[in-house]
Design a protein around this ligand. Structure first.
Ligand code: B12
Ligand code: SF4
Length: 567
């Protein structure tokens, strides 16, 4: 069987991919788009790993925080985006089990089956292709997402089309649709099934942010960065919404549809595009929008804004790289990141730091002080990842050229949370895991649970902005305090007690913050901890026991059809 490989050819705006063979049925073709099958948080022969659950925070951010770890799932936005932008009858199957996937193939006839995957899940893609050939031999198989960056992927899986780079334009072309038509943004609730301290949070319409995807890729082109490389590398990216006006329109639509005023902006370096952000701010001001935004941005991009601009823009959560200053990444140039993160928190902006363990200059002698430096940022959240040459990146190419890639490392283990997949000049493979684990633990021990830290940042923002002249800004801090102060106070009550056994100094700090909340809260919120605090302490302890027995969490299977008529 011949496999067609489509590669992204130009970026800057919507990607052009090399001419895909068109499907003969065009927009009448019935399309199934699926993510890879679960369960995920277990060790199995298809590449699931218990250390690599389908959870953002618990996987790579709060995983050492026990019952205080933030647990939540995120949908597979790439295939949702493709579904929303084709007129063919289409089913999205998210997080199926193998059984669900087989059932869908047997009960419906699909002309095209698209699988979305990242590199670690290549074993699942192989199995899904095998299942499709067996259960639905008439279907064409298209595989997209980061998994396609693996060199020689054509020989590892039995697919008809391997699609590298942006997928909406590819699928539109494949189905004979206008690939340059405006992008229709699907309504995406950013997270689901959120749990913390042993409690699942209620899912109320409007309570969870909407995900907005303005672009894919990042022009900064850091050598290890897989998202940047996948969408064109240095200087390139793919914009779905070019201007502040377009973005404002999409956000207004989501505001209406999902009843939200907070947004998770899934753009690798949102603040880099200042003109777009400032136009968005202008429109937010004119429309009296008291929105909040969680964004990713590099330090050099953040420095393009004053704190006031960020606050007015509604930025209340910022994910930034804190790679060691000695590594020489241009995104950090001219930034004292410790001062920057402190300043952001003082303005009520939660900071999620991201630090790489095992950079080229790291040695067993300096790694501890590098981790201590990272931890000293006292960010609200801290992600630690191993320096990992991932196929498709300049770093991978360099390591391969230097003969430093380790053979016999299963791709399912190349996720940055296990061990090195390359030969480091000074740190052994075994030690890489030890240092990584220590970094997570140290951050937790010194800085306390992230839930405590985010309540502290909210308190700082509230005190600073509760009487601010701009009503939009006042309103959003008041909204958050009104909604959360009682819950946070109760959680702080329980955390203070539970954290005593980890570090009494942090427990004292938690207590001091709880008293501040008491002072700043309304009467109802002030009374809540007496009731909710002991409940949370009990659920926290119950959760600790469950986790000790190996409890894991899996996302639900979701099936969504569009342009659909049963045949
Ligand atoms: C949300 C997210 C998650 C979610 C899960 C999402 C899901 N349902 O699978 C969570 C938080 C659970 C997660 C977990 C992990 N993730 Co993750 N994640 C992301 C993130 C932040 C956003 C993905 C996204 O929606 N992007 C926006 C959409 C529009 O882009 P897209 O998915 O690439 O899709 C486009 C194209 O790729 C293509 N396409 C995609 N699918 C298909 C299918 C077909 C048929 C076609 C034609 C085209 C196509 O078209 C789409 C539109 O252009 C990305 C970073 C990023 N900025 O992309 C990392 C990212 C995908 N994750 C990554 C990794 C490594 C992981 C983890 C291993 C954790 C870790 N240790 O880092 C785990 C793996 C969990 C597991 N067991 O599988 C890497 C992948 C690296 C690689 N080269 O494979 C990324 C790129 C982050 C990074 N820079 O390192 N992740
Ligand atoms: S700034 Fe961040 S997203 Fe951009 S290339 Fe560097 S690591 Fe990747």
């Amino acid at each position: 069987m011949e496999t067609h490989v489509s590669t992204l050819a130009a970026t800057g705006n919507l990607t052009k991919v090399s001419d895909p063979e068109k499907h003969p049925k065009g927009t009448d073709a019935r399309v199934l788009l699926s993510s890879v099958f679960g369960p995920y948080a277990q060790d199995d022969e298809f590449g699931s790993r218990s250390i690599n659950p389908m959870e953002l925070y618990h996987n790579q951010v709060t995983r050492a925080q026990g019952s205080f770890s933030l647990r939540m799932f995120h949908r597979s936005w790439g295939i949702m985006m493709i579904q929303a932008n084709i007129s063919a009858p289409c089913t999205v199957l998210d997080f199926p089990t193998r059984k669900d996937f087989a059932r869908e193939l047997k009960t419906h006839q699909y002309d095209v089956v698209g699988i979305s995957s990242i590199i670690v899940n290549v074993g699942k893609v192989r199995e899904m292709c095998r299942m499709i050939r067996e259960l639905s031999p008439g279907s064409k198989i298209a595989v997209g997402g980061h998994v396609t960056a693996i060199p020689g992927i054509e020989k590892m899986i039995d697919a008809d089309h391997i699609v590298r780079g942006e997928g909406v334009s590819w699928m539109r072309r494949y189905l004979g649709e206008d690939e340059s038509a405006p992008i229709h943004h699907p309504a995406i609730v950013s997270g689901m099934r959120t749990r913390i301290m042993g409690i699942r949070l209620p899912e109320r319409k409007g309570a969870t942010a909407a995900t907005i995807i303005p672009s894919v890729g990042c022009p900064m082109g850091c050598n290890f960065c897989t998202t940047s490389a996948f969408f064109g590398g240095k200087g390139k990216f793919v914009n779905f919404f070019e201007t502040g006006d377009e973005l404002f329109e999409v956000m207004s639509q989501m505001e209406n549809e999902l009843r939200v005023n907070s947004f998770f902006v899934m753009d690798e370096n949102f603040l880099l595009h200042r003109e777009r952000a400032m136009r968005l701010l202008e429109l937010m001001k004119a429309g009296g929008k008291s929105w909040t935004m969680s964004v990713f941005a590099s330090a050099n991009a953040i420095r393009k804004y004053s704190m006031q601009e960020l606050v007015e823009l509604g930025v209340n959560w910022l994910w930034m790289g804190l790679e060691s200053p000695q590594a020489g990444y241009s995104k950090l140039q001219g930034s004292d990141t410790r001062q920057l993160t402190r300043e952001l928190r003082e303005h009520g902006i939660r900071v999620q730091g991201s630090t790489i363990i095992g950079l080229e200059h790291h040695t067993p002698d300096n790694i501890i002080s590098e981790i201590e430096h990272a931890v000293s940022h006292d960010t609200d959240f801290h992600q630690f990842m191993l320096y990992t040459p991932v196929p498709g990146t300049p770093l991978y190419q360099q390591m391969a050229d230097e003969g430093r890639m380790l053979r016999d490392v299963d791709l399912a283990d190349v996720h940055g949370q296990f061990k090195f997949n390359f030969k480091h000049a000074a740190i052994s493979r075994e030690d890489s895991k030890r240092f990584l684990d220590w970094a997570f633990w140290r951050d937790f021990e010194i800085n306390g649970p992230s839930l405590y830290r985010i309540s502290r940042t909210l308190m700082a923002g509230w005190k600073r902005y509760k009487d601010w002249p701009d009503a939009r800004v006042r309103e959003r801090f008041a909204r958050e305090m009104g909604r959360l102060s009682g819950v946070y106070s109760s959680a702080l009550w329980a955390m203070e007690r539970q954290f005593r056994k980890v570090d009494s100094r942090v427990s004292e700090q938690i207590r001091a913050l709880r008293l501040e909340f008491k002072q700043e809260s309304g009467i109802m919120s002030r009374m809540l901890p007496a009731v909710l605090g002991p409940v949370l302490l009990w659920t926290t302890r119950r959760e600790e026991r469950r986790l000790a027995l190996g409890k894991t969490y899996e996302p639900p299977t979701i099936l969504e059809r569009s342009n659909w008529q049963e045949v």
